[in-house]
Design a protein around this ligand. Structure first.
Ligand code: NAP
Length: 344
């Protein structure tokens, strides 16, 4: 098949997961190149049973690369994605840098796979924010069935969504509490161990945070600009997987049983909703899994045509790395790209 794939940010939370997922899914790659900052040059990363030596971004030649999976943050993407794209590699970016650019498709393959075809304008495709990805996977089949008017969502976001240093901070603070060491918040604005913080990303003028705004704007771009959405994004002391309490108002009637049936047959969704103690999915159980889990589906008695659900997914997989690899698979399966070099 002969595809050459670069993973930029290979030493990070998302990048490591990308390498694992490429190997797990037997992605048709002849060669995978691990790339990170100069700090990590020569560091070893696992790719299936192989070990890759990390190259520094500045020293990388992308002229032979077909697909570049990018997860090195917005500033790096802003500078490097156009340069890599100009060398003929399709960049699939995980940062927020290109998501709302009208010339860049924002894609969740279960929801709007056809949008990938628009990648040629900039040779860049964007992945949504992790909280948006799992939300739209669950909303899409319900929207097709009963037309969503409005969504109210509260998130319970794991620390891995803020990068590897954020995971270290939760671990370090938890340990410090047990040995009565002082706690000094760095990545998070307040102590995260044994606490919850109603702030993900920076504040905007209207009082919402950027994370909350991203969920609104990205849901509109991916699913339907007519959907009204309001979010409260909260960081919780969980290592992996984001959870969301989602309240949905529809144009047409839809019962909880109909919703469960629709979701059971929807791509990427798994319904676990036994309506008994423990009969739902928690973030711990979703970690390392590909599915978006839906539990606690109920009719909302306070409005006409309303449902309430609980949605959980691994933010590093469906929220980032898995979604990026699925986009790359879409490009290949739809024959939208060809390998630059044929296999030997
Ligand atoms: N975590 C999530 O759930 C999630 C979900 C969706 C999107 N994203 C996005 O994905 C991106 C990465 O997130 P992450 O959680 O993986 O962060 P992370 O764990 O902090 O890793 C960041 C990665 O970027 C690399 N990097 C930093 N500066 C660089 C530079 N100047 N040149 C080349 N590489 C550089 C780092 O390399 P070194 O190790 O050498 O520093 C590391 O590999 C971010 O844009 C984030 O917003 C994350």
């Amino acid at each position: 098949m002969g595809y050459r794939v670069a993973v930029v940010g290979a030493t990070g939370n998302v990048g490591r997961e990308m390498l694992d997922i490429l190997a797990e899914r037997a992605f048709p790659a002849d060669e995978v190149v691990a790339v990170a900052s100069r700090r990590s040059q020569g560091v070893e990363c696992s790719y299936g049973e192989k070990t890759l030596k990390v190259k520094a971004l500045e020293h990388c030649d992308f002229s032979d690369i077909d697909i570049c999976l990018m997860s090195a943050g917005s500033a790096v993407s802003k500078e490097w994605s156009p340069r890599i794209a100009a060398q003929g590699a399709v960049v699939i970016d995980n940062s927020s840098c290109w998501r709302l650019d009208p010339d860049v498709p924002l894609v969740v393959p279960e929801v709007n796979a056809d949008a990938v075809a628009g990648f040629r304008k900039k040779n860049i495709i964007a992945n949504p924010n992790c909280s948006t990805a799992q939300l739209v996977v669950a909303l899409k089949p319900l929207h097709d069935k009963a037309r969503i008017k409005r969504v109210v969502v509260a998130t319970y976001q794991s620390v891995s969504g803020a990068g590897k240093e954020a995971m270290d901070e939760l671990f370090g603070q938890t340990r410090a509490i047990y040995v009565t060491d002082p706690i000094e918040p760095k990545k998070f604005p307040k102590r995260i161990a044994f606490n919850v913080i109603p702030q993900c990303d920076a504040f905007m003028e209207d009082g919402f945070t950027r994370e909350e705004w991203k969920m609104v704007a990205e849901t509109k771009k991916i699913l339907d600009p007519k959907i009204k959405l309001v979010a409260t994004c909260v960081r919780v002391p969980v290592f992996i997987s984001h959870s969301e309490a989602v309240n949905i108002e529809f144009e047409q009637p839809i019962s909880a049983e109909e919703a469960r049936e629709v979701l059971r047959n929807a791509p990427g969704c798994v319904v676990i909703d036994r309506r008994e103690t423990g009969g739902y999915v928690t973030p711990f159980e979703a970690a390392g899994e590909d599915a978006t889990y839906i539990s606690r589906v109920r009719e909302d008695p306070t409005i006409d045509n309303g449902l309430v659900l609980w949605v959980v997914s691994d933010n590093l997989r469906k929220g980032a790395a898995l979604n990026a690899v699925q986009i790359a698979e879409c490009l290949i399966n739809r024959k939208l790209i060809e390998a630059k070099r044929k296999a030997a």
